[in-house]
Write a protein of this length. Structure first.
Length: 451
């Protein structure tokens, strides 16, 4: 009996230590089993307390009266599947007649307290079926991306969602994106993860970094074109517009539209072309858009208008030509001048890191989701990298990108430097770099010997 008590004390102490120091390990060893038992044991009473039950149907009441039996109890949603994951539990429910997915969404905070988990989110999979995702610990405190993350062309994992799922940046589904955030909020780390994720793919990277290139130029070996000042940026953007027009001419020449051609063979964008004819897709990263929109003289104002016009044309027409925009900035409002709101309307993907005022959050989500605005202004200053992401559908989620140092991003870009495509229209803007050394040269503090 003594050894049994000692073993119990050791197990309890180990569980407490893991929960404090390594919550992910605690969840995989103890937490998932305990939470599963708790959910199954409390399910009926919790659903009733949260108002997620429906009264028995009339035929069941009539049958109970006819057979002289007690009246049947209210029915909660039926559990279709309960699946543990590396970060929590996934509960799939079949709603009863008369219930709605919004009822479950409104009760997520009460479900979190009742089931004793860290967070609860819900989403409707199809009519009458709701998936409730529970997280056992704060997955955003220490981001660990799962190793077998799903990847496919133009779809890369960049962050982890608060429900434990991987957040992907899918350029074919959401062509253009806007990333906002104050200084030291995590925009640069998010951008490095984008570049590091795109580096192994067959894609041309184009960078505009008007902070004298301090953010993007260290990654130059994987970029097909770079600009570090507004004058060069204007020439680069106009060259991209010309490249876009050439791609459209290629698509037009390969459409082969006629009455006798089946619809499946008609090309409408680069992804409908044969692989040997398909131009390389281009992702344009603008590090600080305000530097392109500000001006102090008449000449700079003319340059600014041409830059914004080129950006708007690329945002409106670039998707079918395989040109995707990723624009970053601290603010993105109408004070940047005419054409800015037209450009913002074309940027479907929205990501907001910590902002300094509600107006900045409204620039990202004011026309998408008021709840996302409230979530963006509540990001604390001691959690850099935490952001709110959403799109034009009104859905949003908290995410956090894994911390990637500039050295790590440079190493990834250098490793995949051979995948940097040559785009003839952008050849003038290709950064000129010395070849990588084949081996490291050891550093010595002693002076070389002299004869």
């Amino acid at each position: 009996m003594t050894w049994f008590m000692v073993a119990v004390v050791v197990v309890v102490a180990a569980a407490g230590l893991l929960r404090w120091r390594r919550p992910a390990w605690y969840w995989l060893t103890f937490g998932a089993l305990v939470a599963t038992v708790r959910v199954l044991f409390r399910y009926a009473s919790v659903m009733e307390a949260c108002g997620l039950t429906v009264p028995p149907s009339r035929w069941r009441l009539a049958l109970a009266r006819m057979t002289n039996r007690p009246a049947p109890e209210s029915r909660p949603p039926r559990i279709l599947r309960l699946r543990p994951t590396r970060t929590g539990l996934v509960l799939r429910l079949k709603l009863q007649p008369g219930q709605d997915a919004f009822d479950v969404a409104a009760a997520t905070d009460r479900l979190r307290h009742s089931f004793g988990v860290y967070g609860v989110t819900s989403g409707e999979l199809r009519s009458g079926v709701v998936e409730v995702r529970m997280t056992g610990y704060d997955v955003l405190q220490r981001v660990q991306m799962p190793a077998p993350a799903e990847t496919r062309p133009m779809r890369i994992p960049v962050a982890l969602r608060e429900d434990g799922a991987v957040h992907y940046r899918d350029y074919r589904a959401v062509p253009h994106g806007l990333t906002l955030g104050a200084t030291e909020s995590g925009k640069s780390v998010y951008q490095r993860n984008l570049v590091a994720g795109l580096a192994p793919h067959h894609v041309a990277l184009v960078g505009i970094d008007c902070k004298q290139g301090v953010e993007l130029f260290p990654l130059a070996r994987r970029f097909s074109a770079l600009a570090d000042n507004p004058d060069t940026a204007l020439d680069l953007l106009e060259a991209l517009v010309g490249h876009m027009e050439e791609v459209y001419q290629l698509i037009r020449a390969e459409q082969r539209i006629s009455v006798a051609v089946p619809d499946a063979e008609i090309a409408a964008d680069i992804w409908d072309l044969r692989e040997d004819l398909r131009p390389v897709p281009v992702v344009v990263l603008v590090d600080e858009v305000a530097e392109l929109a500000l001006f102090a003289s008449k000449e700079e104002e003319k340059r600014r208008d041409r830059i914004i016009t080129a950006l708007v044309r690329l945002a409106q027409l670039g998707r079918a030509a395989g040109i995707y925009l990723e624009i970053c900035g601290q603010r993105f409002g109408s004070e940047l001048g005419k054409g800015i709101t037209m450009l913002r309307a074309q940027l479907t993907g929205r990501t907001a890191h910590r902002v300094n005022d509600e107006t900045s959050a409204n620039m990202a989500f004011g026309d998408v989701s008021p709840d996302a605005v409230l979530a963006a202004i509540q990001i604390p200053t001691d959690t850099p990298g935490v952001a709110v992401t959403g799109d034009s559908t009104g859905g949003w989620a908290r995410i956090r990108a894994p911390h990637t140092t500039l050295r790590e991003a440079v190493n990834i870009c250098n490793k995949h430097a051979d995948r940097t495509p040559d785009v003839p229209a952008l050849a003038a803007f290709r950064p000129a770099l010395a070849p990588l050394p084949k081996a490291r040269v050891p550093l010595s503090k002693t002076a070389p010997a002299t004869a």
